[in-house]
Design a binder for this molecule. Structure first.
Ligand code: HEC
Length: 122
């Protein structure tokens, strides 16, 4: 009896550890920049992407932030660099939780965002 209890406790510990492996690791942890780096820059890509898809809510001069936290604005290149790990987790590559709703950027744009951020958002 005791041993059965112990082994089921062991099994749930394993299940938790497994869940954490899947769910606790940030996708940002595995973001890698290719050896050749990226041609994308804030001027050529980042400013336009953030402007088109994020600043309607995440800008200090946004008319209606629609619930976007007041402290989280992406007005400048510096702001984007400061928030880059969270931006990656919410919007880059396979991550589609931002922007909320149906106005999603096309997948190719999200892939570019992933590349640009993984290379340090130059
Ligand atoms: C329609 C308005 C809207 C747009 C557009 C929008 N957001 Fe948000 N954002 C929100 C709201 C509301 C929250 C707070 C709720 C939440 O975190 O889901 C938020 C929270 C966040 C946060 C803070 C929470 C966290 O996970 O750290 C980040 C980062 C973020 N958004 C990134 C982005 C990025 C990047 C874009 C553009 C690709 C974007 N958002 C576009 C409304 C918006």
């Amino acid at each position: 009896m005791t041993s059965r209890l112990q082994s089921s406790a062991g099994a749930s510990a394993w299940a938790l550890a497994l869940l954490c492996l899947l769910g606790c690791e940030s996708p940002w942890d595995s973001a890698t920049c290719a050896d050749e780096g990226t041609d994308l820059t804030y001027e050529s890509f980042g400013r336009g992407f953030i402007g088109a898809y994020c600043q309607s809510c995440h800008a200090s001069n946004a008319g209606d932030r629609r619930g976007a936290p007041t402290g989280i604005s992406f007005d400048t290149h510096e702001d984007v660099v400061e928030w880059m790990d969270r931006i990656y987790d919410r919007s880059a590559g396979e991550n589609v939780s931002m922007p909320p709703g149906p106005d999603d950027p096309p997948e190719a744009e999200r892939q570019k965002l992933a590349e640009w951020l993984a290379c340090g958002a130059p």
